[in-house]
Design a protein around this ligand. Structure first.
Ligand code: NAP
Length: 293
């Protein structure tokens, strides 16, 4: 392992804005990757309450921080405070990465592309032509849906507890990607016929973070070839993964997405790929021992 690079006046500073942010796994991944790449930088968590967000963004400018990640609850509200939004952020209606570029703060969203990378890398999914069931319509689903459309899926059915949220998400994406078949329903609209046509089920709800099941969702009617992706990454295995494995379906948790979205942010900030496998190894090390409740 490389020796830590001493912090000096030349060290570039990166970080994550969130509230709370103490639980964030990004500092561990980003610092490990910068160290392995020999980059003179440091990545730190910044606890920023909603009332302080505008001041914090002004602070980014004043201190010329090179880049930050943005997490709950700031992903949407930070958008009007930035100078420019990349298409990934506009389409997701959320920012998870800010880049300081020639004196301008540019918002990006790497969650959706991170999901797409992880689907291929960790679950062996080839997306073009696939029928997807996306469970959830919150921030994570908003990042996922346009990325799935860009990747060429044939159709996406968004199912959510609160139907208007799913309808709004589908409406927005249908304008951007008219070639993709987009539908939505509540959990009571899921029947064996619909489930039988699904190639890939993605959980983008927060169910599973405390060991809970997703009420109203049964994997029993999925076809044998269907794959299951749970964006929840701790504690693992989640109840959804356990059910998928009982049904004999290939399934993975969201650790690979967390790594891939971090790798995309690293590329945006440093103009180079992070050393292969370093972020994943740092995350695995950190999550070791995060047991099921
Ligand atoms: P969010 O914006 O708060 O959305 C939460 C979603 O969960 C909504 O669709 C909500 O439905 C649904 N939900 C909450 N409680 C529910 C319940 N009892 N039954 C059914 N649905 C319920 O959160 P988010 O930012 O989208 O994050 C969602 C999950 O994705 C979290 O577990 C997060 O850790 C994970 N995530 C992972 C990654 C990764 O890199 N692996 C990245 C981003 C997010 P309603 O609309 O009905 O409230």
């Amino acid at each position: 392992m490389n020796q830590p690079i001493p912090v000096t006046g030349k060290t570039r500073v990166y970080g994550i804005l969130g509230f709370p942010v103490t639980h964030s796994l990004s500092p561990c991944m980003q610092n490990a990757a910068m160290q392995a790449a020999g980059i003179d930088g440091i990545y730190v968590p910044f606890s920023v309450s909603p009332a302080e967000l505008a001041d914090a963004v002004a602070g980014l400018r004043a201190l010329q921080l090179q880049g930050v990640n943005v997490t709950i609850p700031h992903k949407s509200v930070i958008m009007p405070l930035l100078d420019e939004l990349a298409p990934s952020a506009r389409e997701a209606a959320a920012v998870n990465t800010v880049v300081w570029s020639s004196g301008r703060l540019v918002g990006h969203n790497t969650d959706g592309d991170g999901l797409v990378v992880s689907l291929g890398r960790d679950l062996g999914v080839t997306l073009p032509g696939k029928a997807v069931l996306l469970v959830g319509a919150g921030g994570a689903a908003c990042g996922a849906l346009p990325a799935l459309c860009r990747a060429g899926v044939r159709s996406v059915l968004v199912v959510n507890r609160t139907l208007p949220a799913a309808e709004a998400l589908v409406r927005r994406c249908a304008e951007l990607y008219p070639a993709t078949e987009l539908h939505c329903c509540g959990f009571d609209g899921l029947d064996a016929g619909l489930l039988g046509g699904v190639d890939l089920l993605i959980n983008a709800t927060s169910r599973g973070m405390a060991g809970e099941k997703i009420e109203g969702l049964s994997l029993a009617h999925l076809p044998d070839h269907a794959r299951v992706y749970d964006m929840v990454y701790a504690p693992v295995p989640t109840p959804l993964l356990e059910e998928a494995r009982r049904c004999g379906l290939s399934a993975v948790d969201g650790r690979g997405m967390l790594v891939a979205q971090g790798e995309r942010a690293f590329c945006l900030w440093h103009g180079q790929e992070p050393p292969s496998g370093v972020m994943g190894a740092a995350l695995a090390n950190l999550l070791q021992g995060v047991a099921k409740p």
